[in-house]
Design a protein around this ligand. Structure first.
Ligand code: IPE
Ligand code: IPE
Ligand code: MG
Length: 242
């Protein structure tokens, strides 16, 4: 992986991150998995600041998947507590840094106080024009697509649109990422090389960068390395190579 960001090459407009490896980070130190999640929350701050400093416009982070309910109840409760803590402790600073917060994922299964908290955070920052930070919480790409289909079907049923009016742009408007450009770069930490149901529609043409670093060890240099790798890629979108 090349080390230096090339000044002339564009930074990705939208970076998506699968923040993976918290449990392994803790287990390697003889700690409980939740210790890894706590350190992982610090790495989120690093990623947010790094994107702001490097001129990335949008950052979308995978915090809790629709499949993570399979984990032990204590771990789930700890992750929910961390989300509360993150919002409560960071919201003022994020707001003053002009960050626009959005939460994607199915809210109907989240606890009422969390739904209220994320709603308040979104409302407070809705007019901000800096980094668009999207947090995927109880998010699943297939679930998002199915819910978009349900909304479209309802509109057709109500006579608000016809099936032939549906196209890719119109479909994307029904996704929770509406208004954001598709991610240019997907980073997954911890060495795993899969999408785990993240942004299935939106990642269609993203450059995928898999790195061995465990999420709690993610630093500004890790981010710079991933962006340098992105800049070395030739994005062809189906056209022939130059
Ligand atoms: C990522 O770390 C955090 C969440 C999925 C919430 P993991 O908890 O998946 O850590 P590993 O993959 O078990 O090491
Ligand atoms: C993906 O990581 C979800 C998040 C990072 C929130 P997982 O650790 O849950 O994914 P799998 O189970 O290894 O595919
Ligand atoms: Mg994992």
């Amino acid at each position: 992986m090349s080390e230096l960001i090339q000044n002339a090459a564009p930074v990705p407009r939208h970076v998506a991150i699968i923040m993976d490896g918290n449990g392994r980070w803790a287990e390697a130190r003889g700690l409980r998995r939740i210790a890894g999640h706590r350190r992982g929350a610090d790495a989120v701050r690093t990623a947010v600041r790094g994107c702001q400093d490097l001129g990335v416009r949008c950052l979308t982070i995978y915090a809790f998947s629709s499949e993570n309910w399979k984990r032990p109840a204590v771990e789930i409760e700890y992750l929910m507590g961390l989300l509360r803590l993150y919002i409560e402790s960071e919201i003022e600073e994020l707001h003053s840094a002009n960050v626009k917060l959005r939460f994607i994922g199915n809210r109907t299964q989240l606890q009422d106080d969390i739904v209220a908290l994320i709603g308040q955070a979104e409302a407070l920052t809705i007019k901000n024009t800096g980094l668009a930070l999207s947090v995927a919480m109880n998010y699943g790409g297939r679930d998002e697509i199915v819910r978009a289909c349900q909304r479209i079907a309802t509109k057709v049923e109500l006579g608000e649109m016809t099936p032939v009016e549906l196209n890719e742009d119109r479909f994307a408007e029904e996704l929770e990422t509406f208004g954001l450009p598709d991610p240019d770069l997907l980073i997954r930490t911890s060495g795993e090389q899969r999408l785990s149901n993240f942004l299935l529609w939106q990642l269609a043409y993203a450059e995928l960068v898999f790195i061995d670093t465990l999420w709690p060890d993610f630093t500004l240099d890790t981010l710079r390395g991933a962006i340098a790798e992105y800049q070395s890629r030739d994005r062809r979108y189906g056209a022939s190579s130059a």
